[in-house]
Every structure is written in C-alpha cells, then in structure tokens.
Design a binder for this molecule. Structure first.
Ligand code: FES
Length: 96
C-alpha cells in the first residue's frame, strides 16, 4: 500500500508508504529541492502540490504562519519539511 510521489522538476517518481515526510523522500531520492531550517520556519522549502493534496497531512500552524510571512497565497503551496503522506493508493505531483 504505497502512494506515488512525483517531483516534477527532477523527473523523479517514488512509491512510498504513508507516514513518510516529503523531506524524507526528497533526501532519499536525490532531488535538488532546497531546504533551510527543516523546521517549518524559513519558507525555503515551499512547493506547489499540482495534484494529490488529499493524500497529504493537513497544513500545520507553522506552515500557515510562514505562508503569510512570505506572502504565498496559492492554495497549492505547502512546506516540504512539514507535510507527510497520510493515505495510500494515491498520486502526488510536486513542483518547486
Ligand atoms: S526548510 Fe525551512 S520551512 Fe521548510
């Protein structure tokens, strides 16, 4: 029971089990997606979820604060260091 995660910019696709963070996946896959604080505070890891938001954890309070601080208003924007895969049998497309 896995969910497929595609990182569009890097032409990467991996199948992962729920519970993994996007940060785990990025670091294990060799993606060039940048990170800074890795704690939901700097906004360096902001990405757009092109599809599959329903397979990801809810936006955290830290994410909401950072999005407001950096002026990101897209409903597709998330912080890669904060979100986890929460549902199997899905497909998530991430762009950065
Ligand atoms: S790396 Fe700083 S918010 Fe994600």
């Amino acid at each position: 029971m896995t969910t497929r995660v595609e990182i569009v910019n890097d032409f990467l696709a991996v199948n992962v089990k729920p519970g993994k963070t996007i940060q785990d996946i990025v670091e294990a896959s060799g993606s060039a997606l940048p990170f800074g604080c890795r704690d939901g505070e700097c906004g360096t890891c902001v990405v757009l979820i092109e599809s599959g938001m329903e397979f990801l954890s809810e936006m955290t309070d830290k994410e909401k604060v950072v999005m407001k601080t950096i002026g990101e208003t897209s409903p597709k924007a998330r912080l890669a260091c904060q979100m986890k895969i929460v549902e199997p049998n899905g497909q998530i497309r991430i762009k950065y």
